[in-house]
Each structure stands twice: as C-alpha cells, then as structure tokens.
Design a binder for this molecule. Structure first.
Ligand code: GAP
Length: 466
C-alpha cells in the first residue's frame, strides 16, 4: 500500500465508522474543520484522559485550569502574537492566490533532495530564480512576501470597530499564564509546579491540509511548568521523558517517534530551546508535539504589559524572581491521527481480507463487544445481557451487537479497534455442563478464541485497559 493510498483509507475508515467527519459537510464543508463522531469522541477522550492522568493527576506538583478562549487583546499584544504570530505569504500578481513560499517550492521538488532556506526572503529569491508557477493559473509573477497574522479576529459587544477587537486564542498557553497568579494566590504551590489545560485553539492556517493534521480549529493539551531559572534543564529533561512515556501509553510505536532539536532562527519567538517530537505520518515525518523552554519571556511580558507583579516569593530564601517556564505542548488532533495511522492494518483472516485497527486497549473507543450467538433465542439474549452488565462494572465502554452473523459482527468491531469480542452460546447456559458460565473470548489482532469464565474475562479487560 503506498502512503497516499494509506491516507485515503484512514480518512475513509474514519468517516465510515464514525471517528471523524468533515465539518459542516452537507454545505460542502469548511476547510480546516473536522468533527469527531461517536467513535472519535471516545478515542479522543481516552487520549485526553490518559494525558490528564499522566501529566496532571498522578503528580503532586500539577494543577488544572479551564480558561476562556476569548481574552483581553492585551494578552496577545504582550505575548508577541499580535506582532509576530504570522506566516510570510507571496501573492500571485495575476490571480491573487496567496501561499507560503516554502510550500510552493516543496510542491515542485517532491521526491527531490532540496536544501530549503529558512529565511522567507531567500525562499522568495529561489521562487523567482526557479520560475515556480502559481498552482492555480500557472503564472510565475509573485509579489514580495508579506506577513499574514494567523490569529482569528472578532468583536466583543455591539461595536464592530477596532476598540472592540478580540482574538480567538492561538494557543491554550495564554489562558494558563493569565491564571498563574490566581493559582499561586489560591493554592499556594511551591516551585517547581505546573498548570495543565486541555482546550481549543484557533489558527487561520493558509493551507489547512492532511486531514486533521493542520486544522484551523484544533485542540491542545498544554502544560506550563514554572521553575527556578537555574533548574530549567532538569525540568526540560523530565518532561522530555514524560512525552516519550505518553507516546508509548497511547500506543505509538517507538520507531515512529523522533526528536528534532529545532535550530536557532527556526524556533518560536518565545523559546530558547525547542525539541519537536516528530511522527512518521503517511505523508511524511512531521511535527507531532513540541517541548519548549519559554524562559521568563511570557511572565515578564505580562508583568510589563499589565503592571501587575508576577514575581514568585521564595519563602525560605526571601528571594523574589520571575519563574522560568518549560512547556510540553501536545496537539490532540495530531495525536489522534498518529494513533489511527499507526494502528491501521489489513490482513488475511480465515481466507478473507479484513481491515482492523490495532489500537492499544487503553485508547480503543470500545473495550469489548458482547453478543448472543443467535439473536432469536431469548435465553441466549438474556444471558448475554447479564454478561454485558457484569462487564460494564469493569468499564462502561462494552458494546452490544447482535446484527448479522458472528463473522460480520467481528469485522465491524475490528474496524473500530475493539480488542475483545465475547459470544454467549448454548454451552454458556450449560448444554455442556463443564462449560457452564463460560464464554468465547475472541482476540482482535489474531482472531484467536478461547473459552473463559465471565470473571476471567472481566479480569482480562481490567488489566488491558488499566
Ligand atoms: N503553546 C505552544 C504552541 O502552541 P505550537 O508548536 O505552535 O506551540 C503546539 O503548537 C502543538 O499544537 C503542535 O506540536 C501540534 O501538535 C499542535 N498544532 C499546532 N498547530 C496545529 C494545527 N494547525 N492543526 C493541528 N494541530 C496543531
């Protein structure tokens, strides 16, 4: 299967089985927006809950907030986003299409080695030198690059003038910095401590693409971890390890996650050191998550912008200083895509080709499916319902599917990545007295089946999803 083909298959399965749908689809969609369906919501929530557990709840130095998306615009002036959160764009002089010069260059160099200059004015020179054409009209008359701010603007209140402009937050981090002082004043944590938040962020990406990889409305799982300036390296290393542990926990194969030390000049304006965690997506190795050392850039900028002291008082040394910040920032949607892409499988089972998702049971939307062998035998149905109720006490995501024959039920569950299928038959009811109260447990990846008591099945599910 080539990679383009794989991507098409993932997108198709995501829609067919209720993971991800194009946003506002019946009106032709809206670029850069996707909705999560019944299975997608469960997968996404499982990923988020695992993150909350590992990054916040299992630690004594982490606190949560849920800040607003709309904030005082001064937040984004101080943070540097009004001035600097922009992409350089060139415009075709004929058809007025706008595009990033690096994307135009990469398009004509597909499959060829290319040293792309980081600087957009050098990219522009290359664009002219190579007479790179406009993808719409084919002309190659490009205007000089201009900075295009990626923040969505709207207006708060009845006035639609400049005085009412507010932005949709471009990163959840802003809401965390706004609550740093509130957390200190209400909870009184000692350094080092961190604040975690999951939420939406908005970016007016010029070229949203690759399904849920580059979106205009996205979700982030972010931590701002506040440390003494001298202790940033140690904290950086701790979070670096934690990000690898999280990759493992959601089931991303070790060999598909790579670190990239982002060089000077390519880092965001606030960062003194950044490691990108990259993933081998079907469309290439691309940024999955980022880990940044934001220094005291944000707190100092907000202190200056607001006139409110954001210094931390060390009770022991009586020293006052602005803490430094380590930021592990994880995109939810890119994680979902990496999980789906690495779990997608096609194989031959019992002489038939099948598609399945080899999802980790921890993130699988449905943990097990229970069904009676025959749906027209009330005694089997009754027993199966009883078994399902017992298993639901272990985990609520236990599905019921008595449609069609057993093979078809298995195929449906395989496609959504359900690790276990449980069938209740006449032996469960005691037709063979030795097998009374036992069921068939079928394993997704191998198709193998075994006979177990309901209590053993419950144990298996419990340990697989823990
Ligand atoms: N607070 C830091 C920050 O926002 P970033 O590298 O711009 O840094 C962090 O974004 C993460 O958010 C990325 O590593 C990625 O997972 C996700 N992300 C960024 N832009 C995205 C987009 N347009 N669509 C989907 N996810 C995106």
């Amino acid at each position: 299967m080539n990679d383009q083909n794989l991507m098409e298959k993932i997108v198709s399965l995501a829609k067919r089985r209720g993971f991800v749908f194009p946003g506002s689809e019946i009106y032709g969609g809206l670029a850069g927006t996707f909705d999560y369906g019944p299975m997608g919501v469960l997968l996404k929530e499982n990923i988020e809950n695992l993150w909350l557990r590992m990054f916040r709840d299992d630690r004594d130095d982490m606190y949560g907030v849920d800040a607003t998306i709309l904030m005082n615009p001064k937040v984004w002036e101080a943070s540097g986003h009004v001035a600097g959160f922009s992409d350089p764009l060139v415009e075709c002089k004929k058809c007025h299409v706008r595009e990033r010069p690096d994307i135009l260059i990469a398009r004509v160099h597909v499959g060829k080695a290319l040293m792309l200059p980081a600087d957009s004015s050098k990219q522009f020179e290359l664009l002219k030198k190579e007479k790179i054409p406009c993808p719409i009209g084919g002309e190659h008359e490009w205007a000089e690059p201009r900075q295009f701010n990626m923040m969505f603007r709207t207006h708060a209140g009845a006035m639609e003038d400049e005085s009412a402009v507010v932005y949709l937050r471009p990163e959840t981090a802003g809401g965390i910095f706004m609550n740093y002082k509130n957390v200190i004043d209400s909870i009184h944590p000692k350094l080092p401590f961190g604040i975690a938040q999951i939420g939406k962020a908005f970016r007016n990406e010029i070229a949203p693409r690759d399904f849920i990889f580059r979106l205009r409305e996205l979700s982030q799982m972010e931590v701002e971890y506040f440390v003494k300036p001298s202790e940033w390296q140690q904290a950086f290393e701790e979070w670096r390890k934690m990000m690898h542990l999280f990759a493992e926990a959601v089931g991303l194969p070790n060999g598909m996650v790579h670190e990239l030390e982002v060089p000077d000049g390519d880092r965001a304006h606030y960062s003194k050191r950044t490691i990108d965690f990259e993933f081998d997506y079907p469309f290439g190795r691309k940024e999955l998550w980022g880990l940044a050392y934001r220094t005291d850039f944000d707190l100092s900028a907000h202190q200056k912008g607001s006139g409110v002291s954001l210094e931390y008082l060390d009770e022991e040394t009586k020293e006052k200083f602005v803490p430094h910040v380590i930021e592990p920032s994880l995109g939810v949607d890119r994680t979902v895509l990496a999980v789906l892409a690495s779990a997608y499988r096609e194989d031959d089972l019992g002489g038939e080709t099948r598609t399945y998702l080899a999802l980790s049971p921890k993130v699988a939307p449905v943990k097990a499916m229970v069904a009676p062998l025959l749906k027209n035998k009330p005694e089997l149905v009754e027993k199966a319902r009883e078994v399902r109720e017992a298993l639901k006490k272990v985990h609520p995501a236990i599905a019921w599917d008595d449609n069609g024959n057993v093979g078809k039920r298995y195929r449906r569950q395989d496609e959504i990545g359900t690790p276990f299928c449980i069938t209740i038959d006449f032996d469960t009811l005691g037709e063979n007295p030795e097998l009374l109260d036992t069921v068939t447990l079928r394993h997704r990846d191998t198709g193998e089946q075994e006979r177990l008591t309901v209590a053993d099945v419950a144990e298996r599910i419990k340990s697989a999803v823990a």
